[in-house]
Design a binder for this molecule. Structure first.
Ligand SMILES: [Zn+2]
Length: 396
């Protein structure tokens, strides 16, 4: 026997079949069953394995060994050798694989014809399908044309034929790529659009692919990697994106297609709001600095000590900058935040106060951190530190 006879070669829509258990074996340490024939597709050629059930027991993996025997890995006890069993393929999963695989043939052909990109490898994954092209770059408009060509081939509803040609017949076929096997070459012809050697499962007509979408393009190891979706997966991805856009439209009280301009408007408003906030902060820093300096002057002092709530360090710097413009001034500022007490120390050009030493002492005393130069320093003290009290203690 030349490996396990494959029923999917004749009919990829066969989702239930009867077979006999020929032997028990194992695959990667897991017990497996070998049948006298099977409709289960083993993982190969970049296509994932089928799932389903054998005699009611879930089939978790299907693999092909070097001799061509197909192993069915089951999640329960194996039916005995010689037993007649019913095999059932998970229909939705198989139909998706057929659409993805047929879509891959069509897109590989379209990329070759429209963008001169030859497929060097392809992968139909659980979540994404990719085609690697042996070119370093590709024109995005050509890629869009290739996608459009695939969808027009879907609309044309061409017949897809899988067959084993005679050697003579094989020589006369214009195959897109060389076969990977030397005998029993199986050929898949999508109308007269594409003819390729392939052992996988495909749709019977192009309309069954439903829809093909190129979802991304990237450079990968000196090649171009095209990610695509087809069939139900393309539909589900589009639906998910559409749902997000609809929800955004409701948020912005506009239609889905107006979301980009609504986001643009929001961006412009944000820029204006940031500018206004910047001006307001500058004014607030100015008036705070004036007020604090006036208070200090009222007590004949050149030292300003102040604690702010819910302000950021740039605000402290803005206030300090205005006060330290005065010749002999010293500023000791703090902002209480949920992350701790942020402190800033600065001095005027005529002052000999050592800001770095002050912040370092404050950090040492409280278990905080910080430091700087004699002219200016910053730090962060633990939550709850009474900064005004600390200043009195450290500056006596
Ligand atoms: Zn194929």
């Amino acid at each position: 026997m030349n490996g396990t006879p494959r029923l999917y070669h004749e009919d990829s829509f066969l989702h239930a079949f009867d077979a006999r258990v020929v032997a028990h074996s194992s695959w990667n340490g897991a017990p497996s069953v070998i049948l006298d024939r099977t409709a289960f597709y083993p993982e190969s050629g970049g296509q994932m394995a089928d799932k389903g059930a054998l005699a009611g027991i879930p089939v978790t993996d299907v693999q092909e060994d070097e001799a061509g025997a197909i192993h069915h890995v089951l999640s329960g006890p194996l039916p005995p050798a010689g037993a007649h069993v019913r095999g059932e393929i998970e229909r939705r999963r198989r139909l998706l694989h057929m659409a993805l695989h047929t879509g891959q043939h069509m897109l590989s052909r379209a990329l070759l014809d429209v963008a001169r990109g030859e497929t060097v490898s392809s992968r139909l994954g659980e979540t994404a399908c990719t085609i690697d092209l042996g070119v370093e770059k590709i024109d995005e408009r050509a890629l869009a044309r290739a996608e459009e060509l695939c969808n027009s081939i879907i609309e044309d509803d061409l017949e897809i034929r899988a067959f084993f040609p005679t050697e003579l017949e094989l020589k006369s076929l214009a195959l897109r790529r060389e076969p990977k096997v030397s005998e029993n070459v199986r050929v898949v012809a999508i109308g007269d659009f594409d003819v390729s050697p392939c052992g996988g499962t495909h749709c019977g007509r192009t309309a069954q692919v439903g829809l093909l979408r190129v979802t991304s393009l990237e450079r990968y190891k000196g090649k171009i990697r095209v990610t695509f979706a087809a069939g139900r997966r393309a539909f589900e991805e589009l639906t998910a994106h559409s749902d997000v856009l609809q929800a955004l439209g409701r948020e912005f009280t506009c239609g889905p297609t107006d979301v980009p301009s609504a986001v643009d408007k929001l961006r412009r408003e944000l820029t204006l709001a940031r500018e206004a906030l910047g001006h307001a902060r500058a004014e607030l820093a100015e008036s705070s600095a004036e007020e604090l300096w006036a208070k200090a002057q009222a007590t004949d002092s050149t030292r300003v000590v102040a604690v702010f709530e819910d302000v950021d360090v740039p605000f402290l710097r803005a206030v300090a900058k205005r006060i330290t413009a005065r010749e002999r001034s010293v500023v000791l500022l703090a902002a209480t935040t949920s992350e701790g007490v942020k402190v800033l120390c600065g001095r005027g050009p005529g002052s000999a106060f050592d800001c770095g030493a002050f912040v370092m002492q404050a950090a040492l005393r409280t278990g905080g951190r910080g430091g700087g130069k004699p002219e200016g320093a910053e730090g962060r003290l633990p939550v709850g530190v009474d900064f005004a009290k600390l200043v009195v203690e450290l500056c006596i």
